[in-house]
Design a protein around this ligand. Structure first.
Ligand code: DX5
Ligand code: ZN
Length: 241
């Protein structure tokens, strides 16, 4: 892996997630990688709040996607906060390169064997915000010891590894439960949901307490990305003329 110098870009302070109004994070896994720059431009101009980048190592999940060089290239093409989702067995090997590549958020999974406290501290020490993810079959209890330290709690709404799957409805009560816990503790941790989120499932997730919606297929399969993002936020579709 050739070490690439950090690409100087106009650094826009990421919007403090958790501010009023749900945030939309298009997942580039569903984008046309042959035209990635224009795909990213279309969602940035379409009103996206963050850009979700799925990193898969072929071990933690049965798929391989993108790595550090792609994140570094994307950093030079957008000022959207980069929300990097690490579905990898040994994130400790890659946290520093992904931080240097320009990630604004780095999310790791509780299901890995590495020492989570150490990883959370390392990410913060690199000046990057931390996300902690749980798979559909994992209880939110596994997140509780870390809720104060993390910026994003990511609840997978599909089993990770592929885009275009159907949302697992059993996860929605977990969103509500986590929201109640964070409110009881007075925490600002943002609740993010990822997988099978679309114009049909978005409103249930928002009312359950989701702050950030990761959306791949429903945004990148749409011709009008701006309208797709508006509808996910709960706005009525524009009347066709
Ligand atoms: C799946 C990824 C998701 C996925 C979402 O493991 O973490 O981010 O790309 O794509 P859709 O919205 O198509 O389910
Ligand atoms: Zn993801």
């Amino acid at each position: 892996m050739k070490k690439k110098g950090r690409v100087p870009v106009r650094k826009v302070k990421p919007a403090p997630v958790g501010s009023p109004g749900v945030k939309i994070a298009p997942s580039i896994l569903a984008a046309d990688f042959g035209n990635l720059a224009s795909e990213i431009k279309s969602v940035e101009e379409g009103g996206a709040d963050l850009l979700h980048i799925d990193v898969m190592d072929g071990h933690f999940v049965p798929n391989i996607t993108v790595g550090v060089p792609v994140v570094a290239s994307i950093r030079g093409k957008t000022s959207l906060p980069l929300d990097v989702h690490l579905m990898v067995d040994s994130p400790e090997l890659f946290i520093k390169p992904f931080a240097e590549a320009g990630s604004d958020y780095l999310t790791i999974h509780v299901e890995i064997r590495s020492r989570l406290e150490r990883l959370i501290d390392t990410i913060h020490e690199l000046g990057v915000k931390v996300g902690l993810a749980i798979n559909p079959g994992t209880s939110i209890v596994r997140l509780e010891p870390f809720l104060k330290e993390i910026d994003i709690a990511l609840l997978m709404t599909v089993n990770p590894g592929f885009g275009g799957q159907t949302l697992i409805p059993e996860v929605i009560p977990k969103v509500r439960e986590l929201r109640e816990k964070k409110e009881r503790k007075g925490l600002a941790t943002s609740i993010e949901v990822d997988g099978g989120v679309n114009s049909e499932t978005a409103s249930q997730l928002i009312s359950a307490g989701a702050d950030i919606l990761v959306v791949g297929t429903d945004v990148f399969a749409a011709k009008n990305r701006k309208e797709a993002i508006r509808i996910l936020r709960g706005h009525k579709p524009k009347a066709r003329r």
